[in-house]
Design a protein around this ligand. Structure first.
Ligand SMILES: NC(=O)c1ccc[n+]([C@@H]2O[C@H](COP(=O)([O-])OP(=O)(O)OC[C@H]3O[C@@H](n4cnc5c(N)ncnc54)[C@H](O)[C@@H]3O)[C@@H](O)[C@H]2O)c1
Length: 324
């Protein structure tokens, strides 16, 4: 049995390769070739959750679960919001194959999935990226989105102005792209942006329809519970709306469920899954001026595919090392 720590995950799961892996996994999931049940999110205190996310990938003969704590206020203590492991079993004998750090996997695979959705839905000429939130996902999203579109300008907004300023400074130095801190003004950050990633711990809307320009693509990532949302009702109503999983969006996404309950949209407003666009089953963007939304709840199969990919690479290296 392997134990794979965070450093090894970061070394083995390169963003570029993870984007390809997530593309394949989302198609498999949408073809229902993967097995997944909805996550259990057990409350263990005020805004503190222990999540269990089980799935199986028959094509790769693995099953398992991510077990993760989600403590959204941890950013105030300089700690990660998601901490845990992915436990991986092989399905021939049911033996435990690996335990892989779940914090790093969550960070990388979530941004990789947004990149896949961006590639499928954003305009080809999209080049201005707006990031709402400036934590781990904000950092990973800049890395991932830059791999699918030629980003020439980044804007950042966060409720914590100092965190946004630091993000702008560090990311500009790291990627050599101008990164503008919008001084606490979300409209200034969003207006004219081609790609907007909402990666905040907010529970009420931070992205309002009036900020968003025609032709924008939005990755809505931060709100993952039925009572929480980052997008206002009017934006959801205006947009062509897709998700990672129909089941997850209709059960877990406040961005979708709240406008539905308000009567602003119908069930059919959710057009389908990004995996269906990737496999050619559904059309994606139909016109340059459309606003598209990708609603990401985060899927257990994404974690399992990533953990298996890493475990296979580590095993292969160990075997090779043993032969020498
Ligand atoms: N959909 C998925 O697959 C998925 C996966 C991982 C994380 N997430 C979610 O994405 C969000 C960001 O994750 P992270 O790991 O970057 O967390 P993080 O703790 O590193 O960063 C959170 C950021 O949100 C900001 N923030 C907090 N409250 C806010 C508010 N009310 N308005 C605006 N900004 C606010 C913080 O200042 C911080 O910059 C979290 O809500 C997390 O649960 C989703």
């Amino acid at each position: 049995m392997l134990f794979v720590n965070r450093d090894i995950v970061e070394k083995e799961l390169l963003m570029k390769n993870c984007i390809d892996l997530m593309r394949k996994t989302l198609i498999e999931y949408s073809r229902r070739e993967a097995i997944q049940v909805l996550r259990t999110a057990m409350k263990i205190g005020e805004k503190k959750i222990l999540g269990v996310m089980p799935s199986a990938l028959t094509s790769r003969q693995v099953a398992g679960a991510k077990i993760i704590t989600v403590f959204p206020s941890n950013y105030q203590k300089g700690l990660p919001s998601h901490q845990g492991v992915v436990v991986l079993f092989e399905t021939e004998t049911g033996s435990l194959k690996a335990v892989v750090d779940g914090e790093a996997i969550t960070g990388i695979r979530t941004a990789a999935v947004s990149a896949v959705a961006t590639d499928a839905l954003a305009r080809e000429d999209a080049h201005i990226l707006c990031v709402m939130g400036s934590g781990l996902q904000a950092r990973r999203h800049l890395e991932a989105i830059s791999l699918v579109r030629k980003i020439t300008e980044v804007r950042v907004w966060d409720i914590d102005k100092a965190a946004a300023a630091l993000y702008a400074k560090k990311m500009q130095a790291k990627y050599g792209i101008p990164v503008y801190d919008c001084g606490g003004d979300p409209e200034r950050a969003v207006s004219g942006a081609d790609i907007i990633c909402t990666v905040t711990a907010a529970r009420q809307p931070v992205l309002f329809s009036r900020y968003v320009s025609l032709g924008a693509h939005i990755n809505a990532v931060g709100a993952c519970a039925a009572a929480d949302r980052e997008l206002d009702t009017e934006l959801v109503r205006r947009a062509r709306f897709f998700g990672d999983s129909i089941e997850s969006v209709t059960r877990e996404s406040g961005d979708f469920i709240i406008p539905l309950k308000e009567g602003a949209i119908g069930e059919g407003h959710l057009l389908g899954e990004v995996g269906q666009i990737l496999s050619g089953e559904l059309p994606g963007r139909a016109a340059p001026e459309e606003i598209t939304v990708f609603e990401a709840l985060g899927l257990a199969v994404e974690d399992l595919a990533a953990a298996n990919y890493i475990a296979c690479r580590v095993e292969a290296k160990q075997t090779k090392g043993g032969e020498q």
